[in-house]
Design a protein around this ligand. Sequence first.
Ligand code: MRU
Length: 342
Amino acid sequence: MQTLQTTSLKITDNQLWILDQQALPQQKNWLSAGNTDALVGHIHALRVRGAPLIGLSASLLLALQAEQGMSRDDLQDSLLTLRAARPTAVNLMNNLDRMQEALAAEDYVTALVREALRLVDEDRQLCDNIALAGTPLITAGSRILTHCNTGGLATAGVGTALGVITRGWQQGKVAHVWVGETRPLLQGGRLTAWELSESGIPCQLITDSMAAALMADRQVDAIWVGADRIAANGDVANKIGTYSLAVLARYHEIPFYVAAPHTTLDRHCPSGKDIPIEQRAAGEVTGVAGSFGAVQWAPENIRVHNPAFDVTPAALISGWVLDTGLITPEQVAEGIFRPQTN
Ligand code: MRU
């Protein structure tokens, strides 16, 4: 396959490599994702993470496996294993539905390679279109709060919410970004803080528990987050802690925007209650793990609740900024995300 490089994925010498998002920003380690088990392991460990990136990495691996001569039956098994790697972000399932169709083609090798590369190209374009739709909503001098990581690391392009923020800053409209650290795995504190710093965008890191006081102090003008799945009624699953920010935003009368590609939309999922929420290991909450050894601060054997995502009800969202443009609460109430029957 042709060589390819995004911020956190690359293909060289017909091999898939991923930038280890657990080691960032201290170490920039490219790890091989040479087979299904290796990639699933990286996805479980969040070395590969972010809704769009998970789907793209799985699609690229399937294309490479096809080129390497894997049989159609084995490709089918690989696809099903990859599809089950993480349950919440629907981009994985949506991308693999397209790969499934390619696998049915007579010349499935060519079809799978073409489809995987098309998905990567499309994702870049989707990010650009989201940024185009989102930046007009940013008012001059904005101080924006964001959560988790939705940048180039999580996509093939400029990112979703972070793409809007970056383009808004390039247009001179973003004065400052508040970066929520995003407990327990610190995607904000490690990844968003790194991406913004690399781009020279003025930002400050806060713990998640500081957001309310900042808003009360009138230091946040808007909140922009990404999404892992948008249900047909507009409810949004995103990184745990997103819902708290939406509640706070409503109380403090701050606009709360969700930015995502249409590949994050699940028209067949009626509401947020139907979105499967991934539960993760206790060790992520009882201490820190990562690439630097584990440090536990909680008592041994403490019981832990560790959902990776929460659901923000549509009623708390000011706008859904998709690659197709801004979707308003009125349009969502009228059913724009529901399956079209004719
Ligand atoms: O568990 P993660 O790090 O994969 O969660 C990521 C998020 O919740 C992002 O906000 C979402 O996937 C959008 S990334 C463009």
